[in-house]
Design a protein around this ligand. Structure first.
Ligand code: GLC
Length: 425
């Protein structure tokens, strides 16, 4: 539901996801422990080399802001179990690496100081914890003793650990605006043995504690319980999203290259133009975009990721008016155009540039003025008589109610051109 709590979120629309941890050193996907069935002791050795001398969260925040993002979400712990904060409940933390500083403290401070909302990601899975039941997703799933390993394990103890760690994160780091729990896999479409969900995490209690410790926080939907927003991952919904017939806030999370953690051998495969279209398309369906960057093991963003953020920033600097505070419109956009609307301003995002005329159904008589958003230059409008013949150089009649925009032959020199349309009411 869109309420006082989610108001900032549906207004801001665009955030940065940061996946950072020991897997950043492996530099080949944050699931490498699972993918390669890496034994715990072998994986742990990354901790010895975690020395991010270039880590500067103020710089992360600055880059997010310059890209037009309004909130930043950091992995406190991913499925590998390694903790980026000074947890009192385990030694498997950043304090026992050469770095020896509480990353979550520095991150939350810097992001807040930059005026951005602070988000934390926390993995429900933990492939390092000795009480976490081995299941079909666990790195030890194929061990010869996989069936008997669990006899010594105790999920109740793991639950206590999970809740205790979340309590630390939500008590010691000031106001946390957003929490992304990840994830539940007890039922379809996950068909793994030993799949886990709400019961295993103690989700009812965990969610209640989360809300009690941070009354303003918004929580995602991966605890196996409904949350404040839903989280399509690596796909773009084709319509506004609903749960039980009720419109719900949603946020698509997207990678640059199919990997959340830094992947040395895979540069971004999504262009700036595509990412702008994804952002716009989402907002036109009342959704947010949480775009991921996986910093390197030294703590900086790699040059290719920075280039993409800069490209997004160039577009946002001129067009954020069509994004912040905007959402779907009741008007139906023509092919290759996406509408977003904020009060009486309608934004036509032109994905494919037409030759001179853009015909907008149902808008005749409802528009006061139109201009390009990138340079505030007027866009002229006409209504073509439905009965006018198509003759020699004249465009034929358009269906009644159509408003036609007359566009220049050259499209504006921006990723996606936007016409700002002032509706009469
Ligand atoms: C997933 C993955 C993961 C990533 C995430 C982001 O469920 O397990 O590695 O962190 O979702 O949405």
């Amino acid at each position: 539901m869109i309420d006082a709590k989610t108001h900032w979120f549906v207004n801001d629309r665009f955030g940065l996801f940061i996946h950072w941890g020991l897997y950043s050193l492996g530099a080949r996907h944050e699931w490498l422990m699972h993918n390669e069935r890496v034994p715990t002791v072998e994986y742990e050795r990354y901790a010895k080399y975690f020395e991010p001398d270039l880590f500067d969260p103020a710089e992360w925040a600055r880059r997010a802001k310059a890209a037009g993002m309004k909130y930043v979400v950091l992995t406190t712990k991913h499925h590998d179990g390694f903790c980026l904060w000074d947890s009192q409940l385990t030694d498997y933390t950043v304090m026992n690496t050469p770095y020896r500083r509480d990353v979550v403290r520095e991150f939350t401070g810097a992001v807040r100081a930059a005026g951005l909302k602070v988000g934390l990601y926390h993995s429900l899975l933990d492939w390092h914890h000795p009480d976490f039941f081995v299941d079909g997703m666990h790195p030890r799933r194929d061990d010869p003793d996989a069936a008997t390993i669990n006899t010594d394990r105790d999920m109740a103890r793991y639950r206590q650990y999970l809740h205790g760690q979340v309590r630390e994160l939500l008590t010691d780091y000031g106001q946390i605006d957003y929490l992304f729990y990840d994830f539940s896999y007890a039922s379809a479409p996950f068909n793994v043995w030993g799949g886990k969900g709400a019961e295993d995490w103690g989700s009812v209690g965990l969610l209640a504690m989360t809300r009690e410790l941070q009354p303003h926080i918004i929580v995602n939907d991966r605890l196996g319980l409904p949350g404040d927003f839903i989280t399509p991952e690596e796909y773009q919904p084709t319509a506004t999203m609903e749960v039980d017939g009720q419109a719900v806030p949603w946020e698509a999370c997207q990678t640059l290259n199919g990997s959340w953690g830094y992947n040395r051998d895979k540069g971004p495969d999504k262009s700036v133009d595509l990412l702008v279209r994804m952002l716009v398309d989402g907002v036109s369906k009342n959704g947010n975009l949480l775009l991921n960057v996986g910093p390197t093991g030294r703590g900086n963003f790699d040059p290719k990721a920075m280039e993409v953020l800069e490209g997004l920033g160039d577009w946002m600097q001129l067009h954020s008016r069509s994004i912040y505070g905007a959402g779907s419109s009741r008007y139906v956009a023509p092919t290759d155009v996406r509408y977003t609307q904020r009060a009486n301003r309608l934004y036509a995002h032109i994905f494919a540039w037409p030759l001179e005329y853009l015909h907008l159904p149902d808008l005749a008589g409802k528009v006061e003025y139109a201009q390009f958003l990138n340079d505030a230059s007027e866009v002229s409008m006409l209504v073509i008589d439905p009965s006018a013949p198509a003759l020699t150089t004249s465009v034929g009649g358009q269906p009644a109610g159509t408003l036609t925009l007359k566009l220049p032959i050259h499209r504006p020199h921006v990723s996606i051109p936007v016409v700002e349309i002032f509706l009469t009411d």
